[in-house]
Design a protein around this ligand. Structure first.
Ligand code: SAH
Length: 557
């Protein structure tokens, strides 16, 4: 049976007392995340600060909501955004002790089915209030995944006819109706028709299309959407009977295909052997239409296009991670990175695989990421700060550049920016990077020390503000001291220096000092060093500490 089309539900809790029930529901939906109120739930998978606002955002994004709190709170929170009934996501209130499951909204998006599933998991009866469902034991307008109602308005008239006393018969295979309490009669004028074919509108026919069709693209030179519509029309089948699009691996990176899949709202799979597909039904220059005898599960056909997303966590505080990176983490199947970073990115959902390594070989990790993504996995490579600043993004590109493996180049590769340590430290101190600056890594693991010294000299001569990454470590004990000597050749001893240690993390410490007073002992590998320019200044903050900034303009201006 195909997976439900909707995205994973959000399980929203207000306090720790609901956690046990939330976890039982999560066992039923391993993809679902538990959203907890910041400060009241320890280390929630997703933290929110304002319940009503959070619920409205989830609702607006079409996410199914399972709220473990009083129904009244949910209703009041969503009251202002209750709009279009046809597109509303399922919303349920569940008693925090698991004793009651109340479907509230989303009748046409399967809320009652969710209620039955959650109630079964909690071993209670759901509080179903829908008249059609109570009377017939099923909601005819809401067929299970793999089946699509052809026309909602027509369906509503059909159900009201039934409620008014009409009988019906079933034409086709509708296994989920076997256990329903429908007023069946062999000579009924009303018919539930389960068929992939298009039929003329008829008030007495409720048309449900099983998704048993697959459209296989054989090339992309032409208007794919129009070509498919023509083929469907000629074959006499309904558009809603399509379960997915598919294509050979060679077309994996074709933008036209991605575009067609997104216009049609269908999953896109890649498979090379036609014998792995259902029997051929009809074809034209662009597409082959294949028809199975029952609904198809796209997840079992070939593989999807894999994705590799390189993200940065920011300095540490989750508030400084960009939302796109958070989303990539939530959607990831495989996570690669140093163990510390994977821990910071968590907690992980059940089923997410972490490939942590303290492996210093970044290229090897990058290659591993491509191997996984080429198999169709959703892979995220994690760096701290920004992934492009002395981190994994360059290693990932280097691995790809060196590879002639077509399946690696077909992966959907994205690099998402993050808040780099220099930016986070600068913001804490004020605005030391307010004018021209450069970022340097003082590590001579990957470049000769002579190059570092030369760059330091040039940067110092250019009067640039400098941000030093990797300033010192146990295996590189003398380099920072030497760097300070080089700077002292041209820079005044009063030059301001900002030391940011563990910025955005619980042990955060910020120190403002001067080049003359700075010694390597004040710095470790978790420190970011900013050396000001001749223009950088400081003044006292009200709390006794100092603001540091570099003015926007030079005095001669
Ligand atoms: N990609 C990262 C940098 C990785 S290099 C970024 O953009 O921030 C590692 C160095 O970054 C460390 O040695 C330290 O100098 C600095 N760094 C990373 N996170 C930091 C933090 N939270 N506070 C201070 N410095 C940090």
């Amino acid at each position: 049976m195909p997976a439900p089309a909707c995205t994973a539900p959000a399980i929203v809790i207000l306090g720790a007392s609901a956690l046990a029930t939330a976890r039982r529901i999560q066992q039923r939906y391993p993809e679902a995340q538990i959203h907890g109120l910041q400060g009241r739930v320890e280390a929630p998978e997703r933290a929110y600060t304002q319940f009503g606002e959070h619920l409205r955002q989830l609702y607006a994004s079409g996410t199914a909501i399972i709220a473990l709190c009083a129904a009244g709170i949910v209703i009041r929170s969503l009251a202002s955004v209750l709009g279009d009934k046809d597109s509303e996501p399922p919303v349920l209130a569940v008693a925090e002790d698991g004793s009651a499951v109340v479907p509230l909204l989303g009748g046409l998006r399967g809320v009652n089915r969710l209620a039955h599933e959650i109630a079964a998991a909690l071993e209670v009866q759901p509080a179903i209030t829908t008249s059609g469902e109570l009377r017939f034991g099923t909601c005819l307008l809401n067929p299970p995944p793999g089946y699509v109602l052809a026309d909602l308005e027509q369906g509503k008239r059909f159900v009201s006819d039934l409620l008014a006393g009409e009988t019906l018969r079933i034409d086709g295979q509708a296994p989920w109706l076997d256990s329903a309490r429908l007023p069946l009669a062999a000579d009924a004028r009303h018919v539930v028709s389960i068929s992939p074919y298009r039929e003329a509108d008829d008030r007495r026919t409720l048309r449900i299309h099983p998704q048993q069709l697959l459209a296989y693209a054989t090339q992309v030179d032409g208007d794919l959407v129009a070509g498919l519509q023509t083929l469907l029309g000629e074959a006499g089948v309904a558009r809603q009977s399509l379960a997915c699009l598919a294509a050979p691996h060679a077309l994996m990176a074709a933008a036209e295909l991605q575009q067609a899949a997104s216009v049609l709202g269908l999953p896109l799979r890649f498979v090379d052997q036609p014998q792995a597909l259902p029997p051929l039904h009809s074809r034209n220059a662009l597409w082959q239409l294949h028809m199975a005898s029952a609904p198809l599960d796209p997840a079992r056909i070939g593989q999807p296009r894999g994705t590799l997303t390189v993200i940065g966590l920011g300095p540490g505080d989750p508030q400084f991670m960009v939302p796109a990176a958070r989303q990539a983490l939530d959607e990831a199947q495989d996570l690669l990175g140093y163990e510390t970073y994977i821990r910071m990115a968590g907690p992980l959902r059940p089923g997410q695989v972490s490939h942590c390594s303290d492996n210093r070989e970044e290229l090897q990790r990058a290659r591993h990421a491509f191997e996984l993504a080429a198999r169709g996995r959703r892979v995220v490579v994690i760096s701290s700060g920004d992934p492009g600043v002395f981190a994994m993004a360059a290693a990932v590109l280097e691995a790809l550049h060196a590879s002639s493996e077509p399946s690696w180049h077909a992966v959907e590769l994205k690099i998402l920016p993050g808040v780099s340590a220099a930016l986070a430290t600068a913001a804490k101190a004020g605005a030391p990077l307010g004018h021209d600056f450069c970022m340097l890594s003082l590590s001579d693991n990957l470049k000769p020390w002579a190059v570092i010294e030369q760059r330091l000299r040039h940067a110092a001569a250019a009067d640039l503000v400098m941000a030093f990454y990797n300033p010192i470590s146990k295996s590189r004990p003398w380099q920072l001291g030497r760097a300070l000597e080089v700077l002292a050749e041209t820079r005044a001893a009063e030059t301001l220096v900002v030391l940011g240690r563990d910025i955005g993390r619980p042990a955060e410490a910020l120190k403002v000092t001067t080049l003359g007073a700075l010694t390597p002992e004040q710095v470790d590998m978790r420190t970011l060093v900013i050396v000001g320019s001749s223009q950088s200044v400081r003044f006292a903050r009200a709390d006794g500490s100092a603001w540091v900034y570099t003015p926007r303009s030079y005095p001669a201006h």
